[in-house]
Design a protein around this ligand. Structure first.
Ligand SMILES: C[S@@+](CC[C@H](N)C(=O)[O-])C[C@H]1O[C@@H](n2cnc3c(N)ncnc32)[C@H](O)[C@@H]1O
Length: 234
């Protein structure tokens, strides 16, 4: 990984903001991801993220913390938060912004336990592909203290396959429709392609059942997105 995402965050943090990240997927054209959005304050966060922060309790793990916006908000509220990310640049920026407890590692390398685990801004993306869902969910379950919760958001992206007649053009033999190839570029350089997974609630629910987690819909967003709470099934 070239860590263009982290470089962009570092540029913004260091006052060298000249352009945004460009993203695209195998089913969508180029779009820009504005860097200021990654440094958002509570008032600029989507309702689902605000809800997740309001439901947060106890010791917190912020998975894929990026520039640390959620961690910082919670830290200021008095929570003890650990922010983890695989992007060196992101962790560097989160530290510079004041996140006290950070670690540069993947979710699957986390070993401590928590009362609230946050996966926000399409949290299921980190699972990458459907074959990896149960590995990640089992691992997340093992990181929960008793009565702990996982707060995760995602979207049902079926709408992206809808044609003008209201029909769907997805290839039913091509695997799950939310499993995308994700491309990112910054300042003319291309990042290595990655997998990024969007999960509809029913599929997440089924996957949770198979690993002994309850999946509860907390809130629906404005555009096929949702926030769910996962807890250990009794
Ligand atoms: C879409 S960004 C979201 C950043 C932040 N949560 C926010 O809402 O602004 C996803 C983040 O997850 C990180 N990431 C991807 N895979 C990860 C993994 N397996 N473990 C931890 N972090 C990961 C990326 O480096 C990136 O910072």
């Amino acid at each position: 990984m070239k860590d263009l995402f982290g470089m962009a965050l570092q540029d913004y943090q260091n006052g060298n903001y000249t352009e945004d990240l460009i993203t695209s997927t195998n089913i969508s054209d180029e779009d820009s991801l504005p860097l200021p959005y990654l440094f958002r304050e509570f008032k600029d966060m989507p309702k689902l993220e605000q809800k997740a922060l309001k439901l947060t309790k106890g010791l917190v793990l912020d998975v894929g913390s990026g520039a640390g916006s959620h961690s910082l908000y919670l830290q200021k509220k008095g929570f003890n938060v650990k922010a983890i990310d695989v992007s060196e640049g992101a962790i560097d920026v989160a530290k510079k912004r004041g996140v006290k407890h950070t670690a540069l590692h993947s979710l699957l390398d986390e070993t401590e336990t928590f009362d609230t685990i946050l996966l926000l801004m399409n949290g299921t993306g980190i699972f990458q592909e459907t074959s990896q869902i149960s590995t990640h969910l089992k691992h997340l379950k093992g990181l929960l203290n008793s009565n702990g919760q996982i707060l995760i958001d995602s979207s049902d992206i079926k709408y992206m396959y809808e044609d003008e007649d209201g029909g769907y053009w997805m290839d039913m033999n091509a695997g799950y429709y939310g499993e995308l190839d994700y491309f990112l570029s910054y300042k003319g350089e291309k990042e290595e392609a990655m997998k990024w997974l969007y999960l509809d609630l029913d599929t997440l629910n089924l996957a949770c059942e198979t690993v002994g987690l309850n999946c509860e819909l907390i809130q629906e967003g404005e555009h096929f997105d949702y926030l769910a709470r996962l807890t250990v099934a009794s």
